[in-house]
Design a protein around this ligand. Sequence first.
Ligand code: ZN
Length: 546
Amino acid sequence: MKNFLLAFSAILLISTCHSQGLLQGKEKFTHQDTLRGSITPEREWWDLTYYHLDIEIKPELKFISGKNTIYYKVVSEPNEFMQIDLQQPMEITKAIQDGKELEVQIEGNANFILIPTKQNIGDIKSIEIHYNGYPREAKRAPWDGGFSWKKDQNGKHFIATSCQGLGASVWWPNKDHMYDEVDSMLISVTNPKGLTNVSNGRLRKLVKNNNNTVTSHWFVSNPINNYGVNVNIGDYVNFSEVFKGEKGDLDMNYYVLKENLEIARDHFKDAPKMMKAFEHWFGPYPFYEDSFKLVEVPYLGMEHQSSVTYGNQYKQGYLGRDLSGTGWGLKFDFIIIHEAGHEWFANNITNKDIADMWIHEGFTSYSENLFLDYYYGKEASADYVIGTRANIQNDKPLIGTYNVNNEGSSDMYYKGANMLHTLRQLIEDDEKWRQMLRGLNSEFYHQTVTTKQIEDYLSEHSGIDLTEFFNQYLRTIKIPTLEYEIKKGELKYRWTDIVEGFDMPIQVDIDGKSEWLFPKAKWQTKNIKSDSFNIDRDFYVNSNKI
Ligand SMILES: [Zn+2]
């Protein structure tokens, strides 16, 4: 999810760019961006193993307080400081290790905790970070996130968090960098009685307190990225079903506002359909141990791990609209399909640096057309992904700037999807392609990765050197252009607008027959009987007839 409305309305374009400006429109980066976006010396010496986030939420005051106990393993010679991120105006009130309060030096959103005792490589340690404050209120969740403090139609609190890009440190203290994930996590949330909190993983315990509050303890037994952690509080009812999946029984649970129970029972039939299609293409759902949940929220939606949030108003498409303009986009609820697709690409395979976020959004946007492929066939899915090309801006490369928490272009969605659709044509074997998509999910199971790792995997398993292919589509805004001329029974052709060495073969129709051309930067010629020449629409390229 994110930055997604960019192409669809001028008004939204302006407001989205405003929020994007914080993250990706920048030419210059600050020291704070480096502290946030790089693996600093104060981060690299310790590896996260476990968080216990334990907080109380007071909706009337819009105030939160509590602590995060961070467990970690010392993996290299310790720095004298440990960096913990928490964005202002939230405040760390104290940091405690081995019963002693430690000194905290604050530098903007980074907190440097002085570690007074010698720690040895291999040690497992914990530190308690106590904090409180009035967290940033989401201005336009999920793009400009934080806490959404809303009410349902009965006047009851309806609260949710969203923080992709902005970072989880907007509401809780953590090591706010994508490269390092905890192995498991406990989320304990205290809220007023009469409201239900749904977080990630499984509800381990629900405790009624004496002061008109309840505490829910949610346990996540798999690695989870920080922005995936969420709190959703409302007057929820729930229903569930068991999905017979590749790894056995998977319980799928749905939490919705009371008034939407009936419509949700019908509308959420897309969820098991999604699971079936995506297990086919990508392999087993990566979080059986934590169940799958869809949770209604007062904003559009987000890929929160094992508790995907939903706010698409029970409509088909994207709030009732078809992003491809072909009609196929109205065959499914965009938020259910897209956000759940992220369970494989974003939550299972996670980028180490958000400059590589195309790994999340490119593959997940591509998953929309694989869903269509599964139920409506190859032509329908091709129509859809090709239709989404109208949304591509070619403003900036898909890969952003490394080490400063910077995303690439919003083209990571549909240019990313069309790049993968093009790659499928090059593989020319759908079963092999499917095994590669499944292979990515087992090779990089529960890992954080770089673009290079994904490129190498795809090159190796396709048997094609894709170096220039990825250089072209990920690192430039140039669309390869097939330039050609037909004269006196001869076809002359070459690639232009390409990176050095780009020589992607392409399928064309010549004289009514489909065949491969192998264009290079230099002109080549071929005999042709008539002037009937067409380029296969599945390739995301331009053409120029001279
Ligand atoms: Zn997404």
